[in-house]
Ligand binder design. Structure first.
Ligand code: FES
Length: 186
């Protein structure tokens, strides 16, 4: 393929894995909402998405100090952390080291509060006090060890100037069949 054609193709395919999952999920929600509206005879389709919520100012974060917040609803305990210059998938800032995740273990809902560890270049959450699951915060919360079989849900962050916003969640929060606040817990 000619160089110019390759560049054109690359320009069209700019979604990374995180964006693909986020937008894919949003599209699925939108489609299901539209379908329900049609079955119920409603004339208008309604698109449901994650709320956009202000979390913190980037300039005021201190390395390794966790900031607690709730997202995407008042029951969903989450944390944001600047990981001392270690780059992470989905990380914000010049060093791509600011990330946010759920505090709730995906195995059976153990609280991971107090489990953040920074050792060398490793940044993990865990061990979970119930069955010892540990998650890698630099790699979208994948499991390092333990009983869990799903990654720790990562809160999608956006940076606007100095302001950090939450705008989505990758992965299903423990105990939910749908992360969106309008659906709530089962
Ligand atoms: S609840 Fe966390 S490992 Fe079981």
């Amino acid at each position: 393929m000619a160089d110019s054609a390759q560049k054109e193709d690359q320009g069209r395919c700019t979604l990374n894995r995180r964006e693909f999952l986020l937008y894919g999920g949003t599209a699925a929600v939108a489609v299901s909402t539209i379908s329900l509206s049609l079955f119920s005879g409603s004339a208008r389709a309604r698109v449901v998405g994650y709320p956009r919520q202000w979390i913190a100012r980037l300039s005021q974060l201190t390395d390794h100090q966790l900031l607690n917040f709730r997202y995407p609803n008042e029951q969903a305990q989450s944390f944001l952390v600047k990981m001392g210059g270690v780059q992470a998938g989905g990380g914000l800032g010049l060093e791509h080291d600011v990330v946010a995740f759920s505090y709730i273990c995906t195995h059976q809902g153990g609280s991971l509060k107090g489990g953040y560890k920074a050792v060398g270049e490793h940044r993990v959450m865990g061990q979970c006090p119930l069955h010892l699951s540990t998650y890698d915060l630099t790699r979208h919360g994948i499991i390092v060890s333990g009983q869990a079989y799903q990654s720790l849900p990562q809160v999608v962050l956006e940076l606007e100037g100095d302001d950090i916003y939450a705008s989505g969640v990758m992965g299903l929060l423990h105990g939910y069949h749908d992360n969106l606040p309008s659906r709530g817990k089962p």
